[in-house]
Structure formats: structure tokens, C-alpha cells
Design a protein around this ligand. Structure first.
Ligand code: UD1
Length: 431
């Protein structure tokens, strides 16, 4: 390729132009939670009746999941703020590889397909940029419920033997409180014969949301949100009308946008209890936070550094580690950030350094010395939350930054530039 062609291709790469230094003011509306909506969509496979989901965010991941479900015979249609899904006749228990590839959440189909049809064949989701992300715990749980599971040539095949093709309840103890494994086992166990217990279950709000919707569909689940979940299997589930919880990670990202620009904003709807660990760290930095039942106001003062270690819920979420590090690059003093969930989630460090941040990285621990001013640069987000971190750093930088990696950003943030521009930022998108 000629130099001119290379340059023009570079220029044409989709990116955001972000003018730094604009103060923010006003209110940002938070969308429905991506990680809830994705799993709730697959839960629609568990019934022949219509599942009406409200507050579904418009994101590329959600559109990808819609395509996968359609390919399996699910009738999907849009409603004003959501989706109607009906899995009346499932024509296919094997989601096509070309659709599944690239959307890890597609693996969620395995639990409901096994529960409903007694068989499923799903390509392994594989690793991703932030780490290996194994599914051993999902498979261990399905085997405990009586499924025969084999992994060959990158495809997981699972089936239930016997004429009834029904899984059997079991006592399952997870080695680690995996969100995905807890959700997979929950969805497989709701239609199983007898009682299932999941010990060391993930306690994330998205797991609670799934249990709540499944109960609305006729399931019998107790304990979700705590470390032990009990599921009493039922014969069948029915349709429901359900509203997805607000996205706590999107909410946290916009609170950090306010903090990094030293601006007062209000976000809603947001459930403050889902963000306790994040709100505490923002307060420790020097932000004044006021909470209502479904909203949060942040008013940053003079900000100083804090230490952060990512943990499963209710600890500090790994998905806000990169965005929070962007903030800590601008706060006074030293901060130490330790990533405990994923082995390769520090890709934003090099990009923040390019914007003038002072960060020393040792393995999965970053030591950050706050600088008075970041400077604009062309940067790129290598994964969803790194891309968000680049947007946040650009909001605070001196000058106009160019942020690439929109294929990642658009997986998790609906109308990001519209929302931020509505409170005063100056962001333009070049496709
Ligand atoms: C979900 C979220 C993701 C978030 C993560 C942790 C969705 C669609 N994604 O991902 O945004 O970052 O929770 O809060 O909901 N592990 C094992 N063996 C397993 C499964 C997991 O060792 O079988 C490990 C993983 O390598 C990782 C940790 O457990 O270190 C957490 O993974 P998990 O909770 O399963 O994350 P996901 O459900 O994939």
C-alpha cells in the first residue's frame, strides 16, 4: 500500500475528537445495564411465551445477541425502549460460529438451551484482550447438573441423557465467584428436577437481576445477591414484562467524567447501592456525593489520590479500574491501583502515559503520581473500558485529543458523545 493510502486509511479510522477542558454541568441519563440485558435476553430461550424487556440499551453487543437469538429461531422485535423476544419454536440449538465469534456473552445460551431442549452446541468464547477468561466453572456446574459435556475443536457440546432430557438439581460449589458461571448454572437449574444450590456464587447486581426476572417467569430462586443461591426446579416458565436495572458501570464512568473535569453533575436513574465501593473511593478522593433513591449528585472539590484494588462485588469493580485510573492521573499525590480479576487489564497505562500521566507499572499494580495537567494526544482504547478511560482523560486534557477504539467503546456506551455533549463537553465523531 502506498504511503498516501496508508495515511488516508489512518485518517479514516473511526474516532472521536475531544476538546479538553470543557466544564460539565447538568444531568446525564443512564441506560439499562449491558451485562444484565445480555443475559436476560438469553433467558428468553427458557420459555415459549413472550419476554418483554424494557430499558435495553442500544449497543453493538445487544444487536449482536439479537442476531444470535434470531438465528436460533427466536422472534425478536423492537419496542420503544426495549425488545420483545419469543422462543416459541427453537429451530436450532447451535448458534452459528460467525455470529458467536467476538461476543463472549453468547456462551450464556448454553444454560437455557440445555434446560429447555436438553442439548446445546456452542463455540468456546475463547480469551480476549483483558485475559484468558476460562469457562471451566460453567462446565463444572453443568456436569454437576447431569449434563454430558465435551469440548472438541473449540466447540462445547452438552446434552442431557434419558427420555425426559431433564437436568437434575445438585449442590455446586464454585472455585471462584464467577458472574458468568453463576448465571449459566442459574439458567440451567431453573427447569431441572429437584433443588440446586450454588455456593460461593457471584453477588453482582446483574446476577440479582437475572434471578428476579426468572422468578417473575415462574422460577423459584432464593438467596441471589448473597454467597449461596438456592433454586427449586419447576416444570415450565412463562413470559414476563421486565425492566433492566440501570448500568452501574456506565453510571460510574459519568461520575468519573464529572470528577476528572472538576464539575458538578447529577446522574439518574442509578441505584446507589450498586456503586457503594465506587462512591466511597470518590468520596475518599475529595468528592461530595449525595444519593437519592434513583440518582446520584457528584460535586468534586480539591482531589487527592486513593488506592484501589479490584474485587468481586461488593468490592471495587474491575470494569471501572481503567476509568478511575484516568482520574487518579490528575489527582494530587500518589495512588496505587491493583487489578485482581484479570491478568491483562492495564493496556490503558501506556496510552495515559502518552497523555503525560506519570504511572509506573509493575505486573498488575500501577503506581500513579498525579500531574497538574494531562495533554491531548492521539490515543486508542484497546478494550471497552480502556477506551472509556481514554475519553475521560481527553475531557481533562489540554487541547484536542483523537480517541480511536470506537468498536470497543460502542459495545458498552450508548450515545456516549450525545450524553456528554448534553452536559457541556465538545466531542465529535468521525466515522
Ligand atoms: C462478567 C462481566 C464483565 C466483568 C466480569 C467481572 C458480563 C457479560 N461480563 O464477565 O464485564 O468484568 O463479570 O466482574 O457480565 N474465572 C475462572 N474460571 C471460570 C470463570 C471465570 O477462573 O470458569 C475467572 C476469570 O478468569 C476472571 C474471574 O473469574 O479472572 C471473573 O470472571 P467472571 O466473573 O466469570 O467474568 P465474566 O462473567 O466473564
Amino acid at each position: 500500500m502506498s504511503t498516501a493510502a496508508t495515511i488516508s486509511r489512518e485518517i479514516l479510522k473511526p474516532h472521536l475528537k475531544i476538546k479538553g477542558g470543557c466544564p460539565l454541568k447538568g444531568e446525564i441519563k443512564i441506560s439499562g445495564a449491558k451485562n444484565s440485558a445480555l443475559v436476560l435476553m438469553t433467558a428468553a430461550l427458557l420459555t415459549e411465551e413472550i419476554v418483554k424487556l424494557n430499558n435495553v440499551p442500544s449497543l453493538t453487543d445487544i444487536h449482536g445477541m439479537e442476531e444470535i437469538l434470531s438465528a436460533m429461531g427466536v422472534n425478536t422485535s423492537n419496542s420503544p425502549n426495549g425488545l420483545n423476544l419469543q422462543a416459541k419454536l427453537l429451530s436450532n440449538s447451535e448458534p452459528p460460529y460467525q455470529l458467536v465469534n467476538g461476543l463472549r456473552a453468547s456462551f450464556f445460551c448454553i444454560g437455557p438451551l440445555l434446560g429447555r431442549l436438553g442439548r446445546a452446541k456452542i463455540p468456546l468464547p475463547g480469551g480476549c484482550r483483558i485475559g484468558a477468561r476460562p469457562v471451566a466453572e460453567h462446565i463444572k456446574g453443568l456436569k454437576a447438573l447431569g449434563a454430558v459435556v465435551s469440548v472438541e475443536h473449540g466447540v462445547v457440546s452438552a446434552s442431557v441423557l434419558g427420555s425426559k432430557k431433564r437436568l437434575k438439581g445438585a449442590a455446586i460449589i464454585l472455585d471462584c465467584p464467577s458472574v458468568g458461571a453463576t448465571e449459566t448454572i442459574l439458567m440451567a437449574a431453573v427447569l431441572a428436577e429437584g433443588i440446586t444450590t450454588i455456593e460461593n456464587a457471584a453477588q453482582e447486581p446483574e446476577v440479582q437481576d437475572l434471578a428476579k426476572m426468572l422468578n417473575k417467569m415462574g422460577a423459584c430462586i432464593s438467596g441471589a445477591g448473597g454467597p449461596i443461591i438456592t433454586i427449586k426446579g419447576v416444570q415450565r416458565l412463562h413470559g414476563c414484562d421486565y425492566t433492566v436495572i440501570p448500568d452501574r458501570i456506565e453510571a460510574g464512568t459519568y461520575l468519573i467524567a464529572a470528577a476528572i473535569t472538576r464539575s458538578k453533575i447529577h446522574i439518574s436513574p442509578a441505584i446507589p447501592e450498586h456503586l457503594n465501593a465506587v462512591l466511597q473511593k470518590l468520596r475518599d478522593c475529595g468528592c461530595v456525593i449525595a444519593t437519592e433513591m434513583d440518582g446520584i449528585t457528584i460535586n468534586p472539590g480539591e482531589l487527592t489520590g486513593v488506592d484501589i484494588t479490584t474485587q468481586p462485588f461488593p468490592g471495587f469493580p474491575t470494569d471501572l479500574q481503567a476509568p478511575f485510573m484516568a482520574l487518579l492521573a490528575t489527582t494530587k499525590g500518589t495512588s496505587v491501583v491493583t487489578e485482581k480479576i484479570y491478568e491483562n487489564r492495564m493496556q490503558h497505562v501506556a496510552e495515559l502515559q502518552r497523555m503525560g500521566a506519570s504511572i509506573r507499572l509493575q505486573g498488575n499494580t500501577a503506581v500513579i503520581e498525579g500531574v497538574p495537567q494531562l495533554s491531548a494526544a492521539p490515543v486508542s482504547g484497546g478494550d471497552l473500558r480502556s477506551a472509556a478511560a481514554m475519553v475521560l482523560a481527553s475531557l481533562a486534557a489540554n487541547g484536542t485529543s483523537k480517541v480511536e477504539g470506537l468498536n470497543h467503546l460502542d459495545r458498552g456506551y450508548s450515545n456516549l458523545e450525545l450524553k456528554l455533549n448534553s452536559v457541556g463537553s465538545q466531542i465529535t465523531r468521525r466515522q
